[in-house]
Design a binder for this molecule. Structure first.
Ligand code: KIV
Ligand code: ZN
Length: 514
């Protein structure tokens, strides 16, 4: 058995499934390119049958992203498998179809209403159909950890017999505990006749906070693929955080022996930041490996120890996961060429038109801010590249806040050749700005979540606002905006959310009833 643990990233599929995380095509491509630089082995780029947007994202990633295997998810249903096959086709030999079917008693009886034999038949048919399209087929018995082990073994044997090259054992509802989950993997290794014909994978959710422990117990018992997401984003309490399992194996060779991954760990922090920015999901400060405080030492005793010998209080070298890189900031004097080169270095692939749009905002910000750091630049890209090309852009914002009077805002918005003005009162500077925007665009959103973060440090730091808005259909739309002024950043973020709803409608991104 190989010592290499395959890293399967599902940030763009399972990660993207969590409320408010939805990314547009450009954002998904940025994330996928960065995942390739991180050197993950597999990128699950989406669930192609679910929407036109998902299909297009998987297809574009399969076309443009080189290196990792590109997987598309499908139920054991013909239309799903065919959609996944055609979406991953541009990846050629690097295309993988990932089919899944629930196997636990509760899912069989209440969700699928199917008996054992029918589940076995559907699994075999699904894998065979997928296999007629790609050599590389993964099968997942959904809710495997709550499936009777004997039946699970039969399903796994059937899937491998039908041609599955990877069998994934999901802890779909995060129910497993490490000892039992490790034993389940061992049981499959010992009881499935053809198990050596496939790679055993695990896919752990974090409902009990045990996803990392469960994944590691599984590799210690024979699993050789771990599925998870960057920053652990995903449904409910999320998926296993890949950066954590990767660094656990790397940091503790005394426990994991020669087991390891091909991940370029110095890219971890950058990947975390990109995923956080693109998904609008912030990383908690104390999050292992990638949180702001992960390597911060505030107590005097610790600081003293670190200065004497770093290892006294640090089990990993922060540089190994991407902290502490020096960068030369841009300034308002930097030209378009220097800015474009910096963007390329950061991994952005932008057209000339897009660079122009970013450069206009860069100059604007550069006038207000002494140095423009890499994180500022990323925020500027997000802010200026949003689907606003087709939507409304903020030309002017004027807010009056005075004691004893209701805050009042006036906005000037442009879309193509159209210019409109709106004004409104509100409960505060941000609220009145949003209402003034509503007056122009004729929609009204309910602010469900609001977050402001200083992108870099100092009195002139860029503030990045991420908000989630419900426009009345129950879906949460994320909007992002950046400015040296937080009220302006908020107005930009709100407008960004509005523009996203227009784009979504135009792309017909509604779920197709899956
Ligand atoms: O959690 C789960 O069971 C899944 C499967 C589709 C692999 O995401
Ligand atoms: Zn999952």
């Amino acid at each position: 058995m190989s010592d290499k643990v395959i890293i399967f990233d599902t940030t763009l599929r399972d990660g993207e499934q969590c409320p408010g995380a939805s990314m547009n095509l450009r954002e998904k491509l940025e994330v996928a390119r960065q995942l390739a630089r991180l050197n993950v082995d597999v990128i699950e780029a989406g669930f192609p049958v679910i929407s036109d947007g998902d299909f297009e994202a998987v297809q574009r990633i399969a076309t443009e992203v080189r290196g990792p295997i590109i997987a598309g998810l499908a139920r054991c249903v013909t239309k799903d498998i065919e959609a996944a096959a055609s979406a991953v086709k541009p990846a050629g030999e690097r295309g993988r179809i990932h089919v899944f079917l629930a196997t636990s008693k509760i899912h069989r009886e209440h969700k699928l209403k199917k008996a054992h034999e029918e589940i076995l038949r559907l699994a075999a048919e699904g894998v065979r159909l997928a296999k007629s399209h790609t050599r590389d087929v993964e099968f997942s018995p959904e809710d495997a950890s709550r499936t009777e082990p004997e039946f699970l073994a039969r399903v796994v044997e059937t899937a491998i017999g039908a041609g599955a090259t990877t069998v994934n054992i999901p802890d779909t509802v995060g129910f497993a505990v490490p000892e039992q989950f490790g034993a389940l993997i061992r049981y499959l290794k010992d009881n499935v006749r053809n198990i050596d014909d496939a790679v055993i994978s695990v896919h752990c959710h974090n409902d009990l906070g045990l996803a990392v422990a469960n994944s590691l117990a599984a590799v210690q018992n024979g699993a050789r693929q771990i599925e998870g997401t960057i920053n652990g984003i995903g449904e409910r309490a999320g998926n296993v955080a890949l950066e954590e399992v990767v660094m656990a194996m790397k940091t503790r060779p005394d426990v994991f022996g020669p087991l390891g991954t091909g991940v370029h760990t110095r890219e971890i922090l950058k990947t975390s930041r990109i995923v956080s920015r693109m998904s609008g999901l912030h990383v908690q400060r104390s999050k292992a490996i990638v949180g702001e405080n992960a390597f911060a030492h505030s107590s005097g005793i610790h600081q003293d120890g670190i200065l004497k010998k770093r290892e006294t209080y640090e089990i990993m070298d922060p540089v190994e996961v991407g902290w502490g890189g020096t960068e030369l900031p841009l300034t308002k004097h930097s030209g378009r060429h220097a800015m474009a080169a910096r963007l390329e270095h950061l991994g952005y692939k932008l057209s000339d038109e897009e660079i122009d749009a970013v450069f206009t905002r860069f100059k604007d910000i550069g006038d207000k801010k002494k140095f423009v750091y890499d994180d500022d630049l990323s925020a500027i890209v997000d802010d200026s590249m949003m689907p606003q090309a087709e939507g409304w852009q903020l030309r002017e914002l004027e807010v009056t806040v005075a004691t004893g009077r209701k805050p009042h805002a006036k906005v000037v918005l442009v879309r193509g050749t159209e210019t409109r003005t709106g004004d409104a009162e509100g409960n505060g500077a941000v609220d009145s700005s949003m209402r003034a925007i509503d007056a122009v665009v004729g929609r009204s959103g309910n602010l469900v979540e609001y977050n402001v973060q200083a992108v870099t440090q100092g009195h002139d730091a860029l503030g990045e606002v991420t908000l989630k808005v419900d426009f009345g259909d129950g879906r949460l739309i994320t909007g992002k905006g950046a400015s040296t002024d937080v009220v302006e950043a908020s107005a930009r973020a709100y407008l960004n959310a509005i523009n996203r709803t227009f784009i979504r409608r135009e792309l017909g991104e509604q779920a197709r009833g899956v």
